[in-house]
Design a protein around this ligand. Structure first.
Ligand SMILES: [Zn+2]
Length: 465
């Protein structure tokens, strides 16, 4: 078995000299300092010269817009995050990504056009044709204002994504080097990501050991209970972000820069002054030009540390909607005022989402009505009109159509928030992915057919994840 040394942070910067073995733990060590909140951007200058560093061409919805070395490094740095990336940590065949459990989340900022200066927060290959003292890679200036990471071209870099059996695993080494950028030194625990040497190809370093998690939590604090949390995004523009802990006003939304950016400067695209609704659970924001394909984060207005920055959540505004829009079907029954009641909707039927109102218009004023729904469509004669939903059905509570207060006309209108019904969780049929069919049914005492009822056409939709 071959043992190769990972690099210490560069001696020229004095970091190795102050490497201290920890008082706080038997394993991890710190080099002093931490990254400022504004230094969490991560970019790659993709100059890796080995074909094997960029031969993973399989895209993954949890890492939108990248393949090859950039995807490998994005995953490596996200391993230190407060929670599993995208809620599942999916996209790495060997682990789930996002084990750190600290108030530390990166903002992926895509591709840079060069290696940049020592604090431009860029990963790239150092093309010297050497391997000084067996060094694989090194990190410069792990201090509050930024860092830079180089990988020696001497080695054969591999982007995975599965188990790497020859050459060196870029993701594993990137995970180690980024630990230095965060302010960690080497760990005395063998097999930890921050151990001073790797065995084999370094694939094992992709996944944080308990000691590494203790280290990042020591520097940045254990993930705080009130930290903003993104649970889902709808991938539309404007973008709806669902979660918790958002401030009522003054949130920042951080987007990935989707252009290939110049090395110098701050690549983040930040929208400021964003309000939330629903008690800090929902944000709707326009996606700026040159932004969006990557991750989104929300920083609340409650403070300026990582405790007030959310997890990073993948967003891909170019993706097709997860579910097709609702469709209207079947035929309404003409009412006693010669109006045709019509079903409609506002919003999207999502399992975790914001209001989805199913509406009924052109009904008689001042009459009770209800929405009935089931899981299969139907088409049969019913009360002088059509029954469009197959039994068994459920009914919403009767509600008044309102409208004009005198006389009879067609100003009656109904609405029900179907997502509230879904989220109430009281109906076992209303699960993610289920299809729903629904129709309005109302009183109409002067109905020509003698049944005393009025019926709309019908709406079908799928409950999206
Ligand atoms: Zn190291």
């Amino acid at each position: 078995m071959k043992i190769q040394q990972l690099a210490l942070p560069t001696i020229a910067l004095g970091v190795a000299a102050i490497l201290v073995f920890p008082k706080e733990s038997v394993g991890f060590s710190t080099i002093g300092g931490s990254l400022n909140l504004s230094q969490r951007d991560v970019r790659v200058f993709n100059n890796f010269s080995d074909a094997t560093a960029n031969n993973n061409v399989t895209t993954d919805v949890n890492w939108p817009g990248q393949t090859g070395a950039p995807m490998s490094i994005w995953k490596a740095c996200s391993e230190w995050a407060s929670e599993l990336h995208g809620g599942t940590g999916a996209g790495d065949p060997l682990q789930t990504v996002g084990s750190g459990g600290a108030d530390f989340d990166i903002t992926w900022q895509g591709i840079a056009t060069g290696s940049g200066g020592t604090n431009d927060n860029i990963h790239s290959e150092l093309q010297t044709g050497t391997n000084p003292s067996g060094v694989l890679a090194f990190t410069e200036t792990p201090i509050s204002t930024g860092w830079r990471i180089f990988y020696y071209d001497w080695w054969t870099w591999q982007d995975g994504p599965g188990n790497v059996t020859s050459g060196i695993d870029l993701q594993g080494v990137a995970c180690h080097e980024y630990g230095h950028a965060l302010g960690l030194g080497h760990s005395a625990v063998g097999g930890a990501t921050m151990a001073a040497s790797i065995t084999g190809t370094g694939t094992g370093q992709r996944s944080l050991a308990t000691d590494d998690m203790s280290g990042v939590q020591f520097v940045y604090g254990v993930k705080s209970a009130g930290k903003p949390h993104i649970a889902s995004v709808d991938n539309q523009n404007p973008l709806t972000i669902m979660g918790s802990g958002f401030s009522a006003t003054g949130n920042e939304v951080w987007f990935t820069n989707s252009t290939t950016s110049a090395p110098a400067g701050d690549p983040r695209i930040v929208v400021t002054g964003v309000a939330s609704s629903g008690g800090g659970t929902s944000i709707v924001v326009n996606i700026p030009a040159n932004a969006g394909l990557g991750d989104v984060l929300v920083k609340s207005s409650a403070g300026a540390t990582g405790a007030f920055l959310s997890n990073a959540f993948p967003v891909d505004p170019t993706a097709a909607p997860l579910c097709a829009p609702p469709t209207v079907y079947c035929t309404a029954k003409v009412n006693s005022q010669l109006c045709v009641p019509v079903i409609g909707y506002v919003g999207n039927p999502t399992f975790t989402g914001s209001p989805f109102d199913v509406t009924g218009a052109e009904f008689l004023n001042k009459k009770f009505g209800l929405l009935f729904y089931g899981t299969q469509p139907f088409g049969a004669a019913f009360q002088g009109g059509h029954l469009c939903v197959k039994s068994p059905t459920k009914r919403t509570p009767p509600q008044s159509s309102g409208g004009s207060t005198t006389g009879d006309d067609c100003t009656g209108f109904y609405t029900v928030d179907f997502n509230a019904l879904i989220q109430a969780g009281t109906n076992p049929n209303l699960i993610s992915g289920a299809f729903v069919y629904c129709q309005w049914w109302s009183r109409d005492p002067l109905d020509f057919t003698g049944f005393g009822t009025s019926l709309s056409d019908a709406l079908s939709f799928q409950i999206c994840p």
